[in-house]
Design a protein around this ligand. Structure first.
Ligand code: 3PG
Length: 407
C-alpha cells in the first residue's frame, strides 16, 4: 500500500451542497444528509503518493438547475500533503476524541430533552406553548450570555435577518410539527418517521429543484421509505395527527436546509450564534400562532390540572425540556463547525437510535416485532444512504489516481 487516504473536510458543508473552497459558511444543519447529484469527478494531477492525503474540502457535487453556478461545478477536491504522518495521526486522534465528546453530549442532551418533552406533553398537552417555551428559553439563555459576555454577540445586518426569515419559518414549522407529533404518539414512533428525512431531502431536491442523483441514491431510499411505512402500519398506537406532524417536520426541515444553503453563503456567524438568532426569529413567528391555536385560557386551565395531578414538579419538567432543547440544538450546531455533513448525518441517525431505545424503555412503549423490524430497516436505510456519500467520494478519488498514473 503506497498511500493512505484520509477524508477530512476542513469546514462542514451541509444541505445538498459541498461547497468548493468556501471559507465561511453558515451551518445549515443537519439530519438530512446531502443528496448527492450525479456528476462527480475529482481532478488534480500533482500529488505525492508517499504521504497521507487530506481532503481539505470537497467541491460542489453537481449543481441545481436553479443555481447560478450551473453545471460546471463538478466536484473539486483540494488535496494537500500532510506535513508528517505522526503529526497527522496525533491530530486525527484528538479530532476523534473531540467528535466523540460532541456526539456523546449531543445524544445525551437529546435523550434528556425527549424524555422531559414527552413527560410534559403527557401531563400538559399543549404542544404549541411547549414549542414556544423552548424557543423562548433558548433566546433568553443567549441574550443573557451575550449581555454578560459569556458569548460574543454576532454582528448582523438587515440582510442577515432577511435571509434568515425563510429558515426561521421552516424551523418554526418543523419544530412545532414535531412537538404536535410527540403529543399524539410515542416518542419512538415520531423518531422512526423522522429517520425518513433523507428521503424527503432527495425527493424535494429532485422534483422541486430539478437536481439529479446517482441511481444508488434512489435505491437507498427504498429501505428508508419501506421501513417507515412498515413501522407506521404496525404501530399499535397509531394516530394520524402524530404521523402527519412527523412528516411535516421532515418536509419543513428539508426546506430549512435548502433556505440556509441558498441564503447564507459567505456570511460568518458561528454555529452557536446562528442558532441563537434562529431561535429568536422563530419565537417571534411562533408566538402569535401559539396564542391563536391554544391561547392563555386553555394554558391556564391545563396548567391547573397538571399541577393538581403532578404537583410543582411539572414546572421543573417544563424548564428541563426547554433548557435541554436549546442545549442539544446548540451543541448540534456547534458540532457542525467541526465535522463534515457525512459524519453529522451518521451521528444524527445514531442519535435517533438512542432516543428510540431509551424512550421505549423509559415509557414502556409496546412494540411488536414487525414494528421493530420496520424501524430497524428505516434506520439501516438512512445509514446506507449516508454511506453512499463516502462511496461517491471514494469513486472521485479513484479518478484522481487514474488521472495521475495515466490509466
Ligand atoms: C423539535 O422539536 O424541533 C424536534 O424534536 C427536532 O427533532 P430533531 O432535532 O431530532 O430533528
Amino acid at each position: 500500500m503506497f498511500c493512505t487516504l484520509r477524508f477530512q473536510c476542513a469546514r462542514p458543508h451541509h444541505g445538498s451542497e459541498f461547497v468548493s473552497g468556501s471559507k465561511s459558511l453558515i451551518p445549515t444543519r443537519r439530519s438530512s444528509l446531502s443528496p448527492m447529484p450525479s456528476r462527480q469527478i475529482c481532478r488534480r494531477s500533482v500529488l505525492s503518493l508517499t504521504r497521507p492525503l487530506h481532503v481539505s474540502s470537497i467541491g460542489e457535487l453537481g449543481s441545481s438547475r436553479t443555481s447560478d453556478k450551473k453545471v460546471d461545478d463538478l466536484i473539486k477536491c483540494r488535496v494537500y500533503e500532510a506535513d508528517g504522518s505522526e503529526q497527522a495521526a496525533a491530530s486525527d486522534a484528538s479530532k476523534r476524541v473531540k467528535i466523540g465528546i460532541y456526539f456523546a453530549t449531543w445524544w445525551a442532551l437529546n435523550v434528556v430533552f425527549n424524555i422531559y418533552n414527552k413527560k410534559v406533553l403527557n401531563a400538559y398537552p399543549y404542544p404549541w406553548l411547549t414549542s414556544t417555551l423552548s424557543l423562548a428559553t433558548g433566546s433568553l439563555i443567549m441574550l443573557i450570555s451575550w449581555s454578560l459576555r459569556i458569548a460574543e454577540a454576532p454582528k448582523t445586518d438587515f440582510d442577515f435577518w432577511k435571509t434568515l426569515f425563510p429558515v426561521a419559518v421552516a424551523h418554526t414549522i418543523g419544530h412545532v410539527a414535531a412537538t404536535v407529533s410527540m403529543s399524539k404518539v410515542a416518542v419512538s414512533f415520531t423518531h422512526i418517521i423522522k429517520s425518513g428525512e433523507p428521503a424527503f431531502s432527495v425527493l424535494v431536491s429532485r422534483f422541486l429543484l430539478g437536481e439529479t442523483f446517482p441511481v444508488g441514491v434512489y435505491f437507498s431510499l427504498i429501505p428508508i421509505i419501506g421501513g417507515c411505512a412498515l413501522a407506521a402500519v404496525t404501530e399499535l398506537n397509531f394516530n394520524m395527527t402524530g404521523f402527519m406532524g412527523a412528516m411535516i417536520s421532515n418536509l419543513a426541515f428539508v426546506f430549512r436546509n435548502i433556505f440556509s444553503k441558498k441564503g447564507m453563503k459567505g456570511k460568518s456567524v458561528s454555529g452557536m450564534n446562528y442558532y441563537a438568532c434562529l431561535s429568536m426569529f422563530s419565537l417571534l413567528i411562533l408566538t402569535p400562532f401559539a396564542i391563536a391555536v391554544e391561547g392563555p385560557q386553555m394554558w391556564a386551565a391545563g396548567f391547573q390540572k397538571a399541577l393538581s395531578e403532578i404537583g410543582p414538579q411539572i414546572v421543573w419538567w417544563m424548564a428541563a425540556q426547554s433548557v435541554f432543547y436549546h442545549l442539544y440544538n446548540q451543541v448540534s450546531y456547534m458540532s457542525l463547525d467541526e465535522i463534515s455533513p457525512l459524519t453529522f448525518s451518521i451521528g444524527n441517525t445514531m442519535k435517533r437510535i438512542s432516543v428510540i431505545v431509551s424512550s421505549i424503555i423509559i415509557f414502556h412503549t409496546p412494540v411488536q416485532p414487525v414494528n421493530a423490524l420496520g424501524a430497524a430497516i428505516a434506520i439501516l436505510g438512512t445509514f446506507l444512504y449516508s454511506q453512499i456519500g463516502i462511496l461517491l467520494a471514494l469513486i472521485g478519488f479513484l479518478q484522481i489516481f487514474k488521472g495521475y498514473v495515466g490509466v
